[in-house]
Design a protein around this ligand. Structure first.
Ligand code: FCB
Length: 437
């Protein structure tokens, strides 16, 4: 790595992340069925029909995993709490589930690791999905109750909290594109979820504040929106993509207003009296998290609104087929701070690459990816962006949603037959960069 901790401002935090369903082993500890368990049974929805029943068995192996976080030189660990583990039917408490996170948070503190919690990283209890999930307003109210339970149990020991991981994925990817659970694909379902997930963020942020939980933020995903050609219609399409993907939640969270161009397309699919919710969504935030992986080269498909398609770009790609575009991170941090978040501290809450590597291999591509994106962060800081931390996705190879266990994002290799953890060269490179500087 060409950068080390010493290149960053004092107090800059380095973190690594996972999420509950992707690593814990959802079959253990009395967790309830989630919409991902159901989605995995749908033919063709998830590669090989894989699910998170065992995953990385982190539910039992967490002490070893937290040792690896500490030994990697990381200051913080971004983890998530599974709603269906804590409340199997979305409403009633499973004390065993809550006790797991109690142990986990204490385990972080014992090792000098700051716990960065995300409350919802996608495992909706199936019982709530049956009642409409994120297309139904009631789910938002249930989420506020869940937030209160977590806040009361863990709130005094958390370094920071974000209510919803990647609201765009929860809403649009899962209810309009249908690529993630619950696999719905209508404009109406997508639009309703886009509002309810925003409201879930706002209501949860308010609950966290009422419960005096410190450092409340958000973890929102962004892609650099690039028109695929210089045709007028593709430039306009990139603007529409940017609106739905990048500006919808940003506008709601920081201005209390959705972008007009997107609202026009969403039309009367918006839930009744949505305007009354905007003040709730527009909560003060202590920090704002950005998950960044790639850019999107947008074309107008000529189809129904929003008529968005993408083409494959020329840059080198990760195993996901995602172009490697570190400049996009610098640019996003710049305009997000300038146009929306201003003095609010920013945090890169996810960044990383899928790469098919075997233990002992060089892992040069991942090291280079991390290095280039850390440099991109430094460039943003030099221009005055108040960036305060960076998170590598992921600590471990894990269940990569619709792509099952095939894509490997970990700094640490996981052998799914033996559950052996083997740190990759990128893990060692990060550890050196974080402890030498
Ligand atoms: C993000 C998700 C995370 C993981 C990475 C690769 O969209 O937050 O769970 O799947 O992508």
């Amino acid at each position: 790595m060409s950068v080390t901790r010493a290149d960053f401002p004092a107090g800059f935090l380095f973190s690594t992340a996972t999420s509950a369903y992707q690593i814990e082993g959802h079959g253990f500890g009395g967790a309830g069925r989630t919409h991902w368990d159901t989605f995995a049974r749908r033919p063709g929805a998830v590669l090989n029909g894989d699910d998170g029943a065992v995953a990385c068995d982190h539910y039992h192996r967490w002490p070893e995993d937290l040792d690896l976080v500490r030994d990697g030189g990381f200051d913080a660990y971004r983890f998530s709490t599974s709603w269906a583990r804590i409340m199997p039917d979305g409403r009633s408490l499973n004390p065993e589930g809550l006790a797991f996170y109690d142990r986990l948070v204490d385990g972080m503190l014992d090792r000098g690791i700051k716990p960065m919690a995300t409350l919802y990283h996608w495992e909706l209890p199936q019982a709530l999905s049956d009642k409409g999930g994120w297309t139904a307003r009631d789910t938002v109210l249930r989420f506020a109750d869940f937030t209160e339970v977590v806040a009361r149990k863990l709130g005094d020991r958390l370094h920071s909290v974000a209510p919803v991981n990647e609201p765009w994925c929860v809403a649009w990817l899962s209810h309009y594109h249908g690529h993630h659970a619950p696999g719905l694909s209508t404009l109406r379902d997508g639009v309703r979820a886009m509002h309810h997930v925003a409201l879930a963020h706002g209501m949860a942020a308010a609950v966290l504040r009422d419960e005096r939980v410190p450092n409340v933020g958000a973890a929102t995903n962004f892609e650099a929106a690039l028109p695929a050609t210089d045709r007028e219609i593709d430039i306009a399409a990139a603007e529409r993509f940017d609106g739905i993907y990048n500006r919808w939640f940003l506008g709601a969270m920081f201005r209390g207003a959705y972008p007009d161009d997107v609202l026009e397309g969403f039309g009367d699919h918006m839930p009744d009296r949505w305007q009354d919710d905007m003040a709730t969504i527009h909560q003060p935030l202590d920090w704002f998290g950005i998950n960044y992986y790639t850019c999107n080269r947008v074309i107008d498909t000529g189809g129904e609104w929003p008529a968005l398609g993408s083409v494959v770009g020329p840059l080198p790609k990760t195993d996901m087929g995602w172009e490697i575009y570190p400049q996009g991170l610098t640019d996003l941090l710049g305009w997000i701070a300038r146009d929306y978040t201003q003095e609010t501290p920013l945090f890169v809450t996810e960044n990383g690459m899928a790469h098919a590597d075997v233990p002992g291999a060089e892992d040069a591509a991942r090291i280079d990816f991390l290095d280039q994106h850390l440099q991109a962060c430094l460039k943003a800081i030099e221009t005055g962006v108040p960036l305060t931390g960076y998170t590598a996705w992921s600590l471990l190879d894990n269940f990569e949603w619709a792509l099952g266990y095939e894509k490997r994002f970990g700094l640490i290799h996981v052998d799914y037959d033996t559950q052996a953890r083997t740190p990759k060269a990128s893990y060692h490179a990060m550890a050196r960069a974080l402890t030498d500087g």
